[in-house]
Design a protein. Structure first.
Length: 724
């Protein structure tokens, strides 16, 4: 590796450590203030975060304070998290430099990941309506023992609000949300009825979003030119291809059947319409009237959950049966060519999961242990179609295959157990293992040269951790965790236009495996909370995009032949690695002032994907730069608050080969930024509240690394609530 580059990375890491040391020195002035405002509470059973692991939580109170535009946007103030946006109606969270297929997302403990999740960032966490959420838990670092395939970078666990049993009551509220940067107009109505041990909650809402006005363009660090993405309207601020419409509805019913048995049935429907993909509306170097539009981006989730107590071995246990449907309908509008490309992809996922935690057993004096164990099984059925529509002749011609191969299936599941042992109330040792089985099948398509295959893998992974409470307020932690990700149907069958270029499949890919080692220190006092972590993740057989020439394009793929660049998925030879540091702190100051800060840094490299250059180590794609946040909140009166926040990132000029060809990334890398916001809100009573955020006070032009859109310019977002 270049010595100058290595010295620069070490200087950045020293900056991380120095900043965390400054944060850690915040004095313990006061007890943490009680929440004097009204907040929604639920009876959701606690499914504990794995012991001794880097984790944080976004609460309902945080959501009301920050007014995020989406569920991914709600994660911007969490340590180790960096949110990329390919479009205004999309968002993907990077956990320790990894995203998409290499992180797991769950909604009410139902796994959202399916076999069509794409390489790099995807939009699927955006399909959770943030107004329905009670909290989001973020687990950073490898978690494949607990959560199975894909959990290499970490896990996002979103939990919805629930009706409350044990009272006879009728509640309801109407929420309006508005924003000037994109002229957001949204309304949600919801109500809740509870009668004794039964309660039901339901709601529905919509949002209309126009094109997003930024603080202006940013420029290529390399040549000072305007990047090809995004394209601007005549005002030089409003970004083409950034509006969308949204509808969401949900119903949740809970029955406390016995003191030990609780049943829950739920259905969530999310529908996004007319959402352009900004980097393809228009594509770089294409006519200005071309545009790739997601006409429909739907997700339905229905599940039945049983929480129970079955005795010593399953003191806290739950079983979930679920069904999900992910539906996409795309349209590439090309007026000059008088032909539109359209496609429709559906995947139906059926799932079963079981998890149980035992009581604590006393083995010897000062030694006790308990067991967390479970099993899961998910099955995907895929339908995919594509058509060529001649707009001048009113002729529709069906392609031999869609973006994926019709009739492909994917099955994955496993069993796991964790043993947690407490030694003298000071040392906690945890170890566990998972055995999984993954199976992928595709009937192939002869006309397009798509292979038929039936492949399976049975990976075994494990982890171990040690937590030492040196004092009642300080614990030191060390973890070792194996991870894996089996190739999914997107890797094995997909053909699609991505940000870096046209990507086609490889049906012979092997699973990715990882090993994560991390150390951490956690401080917990009444006035100060600090988490500091350092980590290193190594990847074997990492799946990456290899540059290809036009002669390697599969049959019947004109988009591959005409693309500026083409890529085929391969397993990288040798070892890839990501290492870094992250931390967060919360201080409770006098006069009910709360201060928060986060900082994160990641660095990654791996073998070159280019033929003949496998021995050369190059940067991994889209690793976020050094970044962080600061927040200050003053609750100066009951139900009232004001505050200020800052989000910042340094420039990122360590680019992978596919980053250089990705028009979402300016030539020479993404410039750094600092954005300042003001906040305020007042809850008059349990029925009436209003919150507002004055965003980007300096009207800064900025972009999160890897995004297609620049962030909002100087603007106001506000949310009003009226209840009964």
């Amino acid at each position: 590796m270049n010595p100058d580059l290595k010295r620069r990375q070490l200087r950045r890491l020293r900056c991380v450590v120095a900043t965390l040391a400054c944060v850690a020195s915040v004095p313990a002035w006061a007890e943490p203030p009680a929440d004097e405002g009204y907040s929604v509470t639920t009876q959701a059973p606690a499914d504990p975060v794995p012991a001794a692991q880097a984790a944080s939580e976004v609460t309902r109170q945080d959501l009301d304070l920050r007014l995020p535009r989406s569920s991914p946007d709600a994660l911007r103030y969490e340590p180790g998290v960096f949110v990329q946006q390919t479009a205004h109606g999309q968002g993907s969270a990077y956990l320790r430099g990894l995203t998409g297929q290499q992180t797991v997302m769950l909604f009410d403990d139902v796994r959202m990941n399916n076999s069509l999740y794409r390489q790099g960032p995807n939009q699927y966490f955006f399909t959770i309506d943030s107004l329905t959420l009670d909290r989001i838990e973020v687990i950073r670092g490898s978690s494949s023992t607990r959560f199975g395939s894909d959990a290499i970078g970490g896990v996002l666990r979103a939990y919805s609000m629930e009706p409350i049993t044990g009272e006879d009551a009728l509640h309801g509220r109407l929420i309006g949300r508005f924003a000037t940067a994109d002229r957001t107009r949204g309304v949600r109505a919801e109500s809740e009825v509870s009668v004794g041990d039964f309660a039901i909650r339901g709601g529905a809402g919509f949002r209309l979003v126009d094109e997003l006005e930024s603080g202006g363009p940013i420029y290529n660090p390399q040549d000072g030119a305007l990047p090809e993405v995004p394209r601007f309207r005549k005002d030089g601020r409003t970004q083409n291809g950034t509006g969308f419409d949204e509808f969401a509805a949900d119903v949740v019913a809970v029955w406390q059947a016995t003191p030990k048995d609780r049943l829950k049935a739920a259905f969530f429907d999310y529908r996004e319409f007319n959402a352009p993909r900004t980097d393809a509306c228009p594509p770089a170097y294409a006519p200005f009237d071309e545009c790739l539009i997601y006409d429909e981006q739907f997700r339905d989730i229905a599940y039945l959950r049983w929480d129970t107590d079955l005795g010593a071995l399953a003191h806290h246990a739950y079983a979930v049966a679920s069904w999900q449907r992910q539906h996409e309908r795309r349209r590439l509008v090309r007026p000059f060519a008088l032909a539109n490309e359209t496609g429709r992809d559906d995947v139906n996922t059926f799932g079963l999961s079981w998890q149980a935690e035992s009581k604590h057993w006393k083995i010897l004096e000062g030694l006790k242990t308990n067991l967390l164990w479970g099993a899961d099984l998910y099955s995907d059925e895929v339908s995919s179609k594509a058509w060529l529509v001649f707009s001048d002749l009113d002729i529709v011609r069906e392609r031999s295959r869609g973006q994926y191969v019709e009739g492909s299936t994917y099955l994955w599941g496993g069993i796991f157990s964790d043993v947690r042992t407490v030694i003298s109330d000071e040392v906690v040792a945890t170890f566990g293992a998972r055995v999984s089985h993954v199976q992928a099948t595709s009937p192939g398509d002869v006309a397009s040269g798509s292979d038929d295959f039936a492949r399976s893998w049975t990976p075994v992974v494990g982890h171990a951790s040690l937590e030492w409470w040196t004092t009642p307020w300080l614990s030191l932690i060390a973890n070792v965790d194996q991870g894996f990700r089996a190739p999914n149907l997107d890797d094995l069958t997909s053909r699609q236009q991505t940000g870096p270029g046209y990507q086609f499949e490889n049906s012979t890919l092997a699973p990715e495996t990882s090993l994560t080692t991390e150390v951490g220190a956690v401080v917990r006092t009444n006035a100060l909370q600090i988490d500091v972590w350092g980590f290193r993740t190594t990847l074997e057989n990492a799946i990456a995009r290899q540059p290809s020439n036009v002669l390697e394009c599969p049959p019947l793929t004109p988009a591959c032949n005409s693309s500026w660049s083409r890529f085929r998925l391969i397993n990288l030879p040798g070892t890839s690695e990501i290492w870094g540091a992250e931390g967060g702190a919360v201080g409770f100051l006098p006069n009910k002032i709360t201060a928060r800060a986060t900082i994160s840094y990641a660095w990654g490299e791996g073998p070159s994907p280019e033929d003949g250059r496998e021995d050369e180590m190059v940067p991994l794609s889209r690793i976020p730069p050094l970044n962080g946040t600061m927040e200050l909140t003053w609750r100066f009166a009951k139900g009232a608050h004001v505050g200020a926040s800052m989000r910042w990132a340094t420039s990122q000029d360590r680019l992978a080969l596919q980053d250089v060809s990705d028009e979402r990334i300016p030539r020479g890398g993404t410039p750094g930024f600092a954005v300042f916001d003001l906040r305020g809100g007042y809850r008059i009573n349990e029925r009436i509240a209003i919150n507002a955020v004055f965003e980007n006070l300096a009207d800064t032009a900025y972009r999160y690394h890897g995004s297609s859109i620049n962030g909002p310019g100087r603007s106001v977002s506000w949310q009003a609530e009226v209840g009964f």
